[in-house]
Design a binder for this molecule. Structure first.
Ligand code: AGV
Ligand code: CA
Length: 312
């Protein structure tokens, strides 16, 4: 059966690779894409998205909508630059023109319109902050009924998150930290949430053997695309640093096509929306239910991503 999927991403290397992967899944009907300028700059991220749809979308027509949302806590500029590098890849610019349409409305409105006009419910895949979803829910509460579930890359219940910023205690994950109030708004809804948190994404760092595997298969156009993208970001070599890259969003997207790669359990949680722990997701009996993805079969995951990418 075909699954309706709407993607909202924030233009990182793993966000753009996630878009590429969704376009390779036979049983996914990608109904639209929203781009939010959180861990990216908007213009190159929207261009790169449209070029990926043109080059790797197998003729599908998918509209891309740019967000006008603003965050609370800005991402480091160095990370936000990555979208410029992907957008400039010769592999995406051979044609010299862009066909995939840009929506005429901002992405939270595009989300509302797309959910309303799609007959069956839609699975939301959010691999950046939840701002556009929070705004859409507040503007059009009726869309909750059209949402099958939300799969979100965000949050963690580990003691240490991945935010290292002044005036913060380090307990949050970045997508929650960028707009903690948006996460809280979504927590307050009755949408079913699958949380691909740092518990599982910490198990899939970018390592040199992963890069080498893709390099040695670069005669395949899709695998070359993976290799080119992951050449732009720092791998885990000796020690983990604040910049070390993981396949956060790619793991999230892979669960759409292959649920068997991960283990999930239901927990109850709240979100801190202000103060030194803002963006922290915390286990609490007073909180709402989320399905926490806490473990991944690493080897099967990388095999799945590589085979899905193969253009043949
Ligand atoms: O917290 C993970 C999220 C994912 O959606 N992003 C990157 C992924 O797209 C933010 C982030 C955390 N650490 C980073 C990030 C790093 N070292 N480099 C770039 N982005
Ligand atoms: Ca992201």
């Amino acid at each position: 059966m075909m699954k309706n999927v709407y993607l909202n991403h924030d233009g990182g290397v793993d966000d753009l690779v996630s878009l590429f992967l969704l376009l390779q899944m036979d049983d996914v009907n990608l109904t639209g894409v929203g781009v939010i300028p959180a861990d990216c700059y908007l213009e190159p991220a929207a261009y790169a998205s449209r070029k990926i749809i043109d080059r790797f979308g197998h003729g599908k027509s998918v509209e891309v909508a740019a967000s006008n949302s603003r965050g609370v806590n800005a991402f480091p500029k160095d990370w936000r630059m990555h979208a410029f590098y992907v957008d400039a890849l010769p592999l995406l610019n051979e044609k010299g023109s862009i066909d995939a349409p840009l929506a005429s409305v901002p992405s939270h409105e595009h989300l509302i319109e797309t959910l309303r006009k799609t007959d069956d419910p839609t699975t939301l895949v959010f691999i950046g902050p939840l701002t556009d979803l929070a705004r859409a829910l507040t503007k059009a509460p009726d869309i909750e009924d059209k949402i099958e579930k939300l799969i979100w890359m965000g949050g963690t219940f580990l003691e240490v998150g991945n935010v290292e910023e002044p005036e913060h205690d380090g307990t949050a994950e970045w997508n929650a930290f960028w707009d903690p109030e948006a996460a809280k708004r979504v927590w307050d809804s009755s949408i079913v949430i699958d949380l691909v948190a740092l518990e599982s994404t910490n198990m899939v760092p970018l390592t040199l053997d992963v890069r080498q595997n893709w390099a040695s298969q670069r005669e395949d156009l899709g695998i070359d695309f993976l290799g080119q993208c992951y050449a732009m970001v720092p791998p885990l070599v000796h020690n983990q640093t604040n910049s070390t890259y993981f396949l956060w969003d790619v793991l999230t997207t892979a669960t759409v096509g292959n649920e068997g790669l991960v283990k999930k359990k239901t927990v109850k949680s709240i979100v801190h929306d202000s103060g030194v722990s803002q963006g922290r997701t915390e286990l609490s009996e007073d909180g709402r239910e989320v399905n926490l993805v806490y473990e991944v079969n690493r080897d099967s995951f990388f095999d799945y991503v590589t085979e899905l990418s193969r253009q043949g």
